[in-house]
Design a protein around this ligand. Structure first.
Ligand SMILES: *Cc1c(COP(=O)(O)O)cnc(C)c1O
Length: 372
């Protein structure tokens, strides 16, 4: 347990959630205003989400008999105009399943060099699928059709076969940058012409869509498969969705099982996902507004060298040498604020459901007072 959790669960300030059959302790968001900007995965379910989870009808999902999991999968498939969906424990699993189903060993995946599938999934593309990776140095985590066209390899016995392109929206390490459909469509067209599959790592796709106003249906139409995280900005405790056509999802179910991701009464978790999709999408705009305030505040500080353009809920900034991320984060944590290092002198802040307006005011105040 890190210091943030220890504070939250010290129990000094807990209230109770009352049901007609029991009373549960409910731990409030913050006891001493410790502020966690490490990730949008640190959120806790709200009382309303917990209620939805506790009221879920469940069954054994390995047999396809959990009504709440089925309802979540159907809801997501309809939302994106896809034939089917699969509920999985994590976004790493949905991405890894997609790579496995789209490729054969000796194929290669083309993606930006900042991609989550390359940076943060333990090299799983090689381990799980036996494929190579062909990295493109894009701009802020985004690549263009022209770059993909140059990256696709000719067919020779001695080269891996270019088989799959993966895009990430929003692009995490790119600073939460956003793709528009106008940027994606030429890539889709190219993939069609050259016989490559196109997968979207949409861990934070809803963050992008509330900004652009583009529709889930239009995004669904441009990809062979899409991964969506419910446990990031959407605020569910666990879970990701993989979307595709019937045949793809049928194969994906088998791969999920061999990866150990077949869950039993997972409807308790799926209920949180349904609640998140119905109640916690529009509010992502609040996270974006707060991230912009953080970005503008940082820009004015003498010890900040550069802030990447803030387009969603992620703020990545570089420190002026010799200040290091480690030294900065230590000082920050002494003031009750946690962030994360994204390089020797690079820091990431991520805003989320449990980061309130009051906390924003406090962070702006703390940043203004720090001297290096
Ligand atoms: C978080 C994330 C994932 C999946 O992460 P899990 O922690 O395995 O759920 C995938 N892609 C991106 C861009 C992410 O930020």
């Amino acid at each position: 347990m890190n210091q943030w959790n220890r504070e939250l669960f010290s129990g000094t300030n807990s209230v109770a959630l009352r049901f007609d059959f029991c009373t549960l302790p409910f731990h409030p968001k913050s006891v001493r205003m410790n502020i966690n900007l490490v990730s949008d995965t640190v959120t806790k379910p709200t009382p309303a989400m917990l209620l939805a989870m506790m009221s879920a009808k469940v069954g054994d999902d390995v047999f396809g008999e959990d009504p709440t999991v089925n309802a979540l999968q159907d809801k997501a498939a309809v939302l994106f105009g896809k034939e089917a969906a699969l509920f999985c424990p994590s976004g790493t699993m949905t991405n890894q399943i997609a790579i496995k189903v789209h490729t054969q060993p000796l194929d290669e995946v083309i993606c930006d060099h900042y991609s989550h599938i390359y940076q943060y999934e333990v090299g799983g593309y090689a381990y799980n699928s036996g494929v190579a990776i062909n990295l493109i140095a894009g701009a802020n985590g985004k690549i263009t059709a022209g770059q993909v066209a140059s990256a696709i390899k000719p067919v020779h016995d001695w080269l891996p076969l270019s088989r799959l392109v993966v895009l990430e929206n929003t692009a995490n390490k790119g600073g939460g940058s956003i793709y528009t459909l106008d940027e994606v469509r030429p890539i889709r067209q190219l993939c069609r012409e050259r016989g490559l599959a196109l997968h979207l790592d949409g861990a934070r796709l809803f963050n992008a869509l509330v900004e652009t106003g583009e529709s889930t249906l239009d995004w669904g139409a441009e990809f062979d498969s899409i991964s969506i995280c419910l446990s990031k900005g959407l605020g569910a405790p666990v879970g990701s969705l993989l979307l595709g056509n019937q045949d793809f999802i049928k194969q994906a179910r088998r791969v999920r099982k061999v990866m150990g991701g077949g869950m039993r009464q997972a409807g308790y978790l799926a209920a949180a996902g349904i609640f998140a999709l119905e109640n916690q999408v529009e509010r992502l705009r609040d996270d974006h507004r707060r991230a912009k305030v953080l970005g503008e505040t940082l820009q004015r500080l003498p010890w900040v060298a550069d802030v990447r353009p803030v387009q969603s809920n992620i703020v990545i900034f570089d420190l002026v040498p010799p200040l290091t991320a480690g030294a900065f984060l230590k000082k920050l944590s002494e003031n009750g604020v946690a962030g994360t290092s994204f390089g020797p002198a690079t820091v990431r802040f991520t805003t989320h459901l449990d980061f309130t307006e009051e906390m924003l005011g406090r962070v702006v105040e703390v940043l203004g007072k720090l001297v290096f």
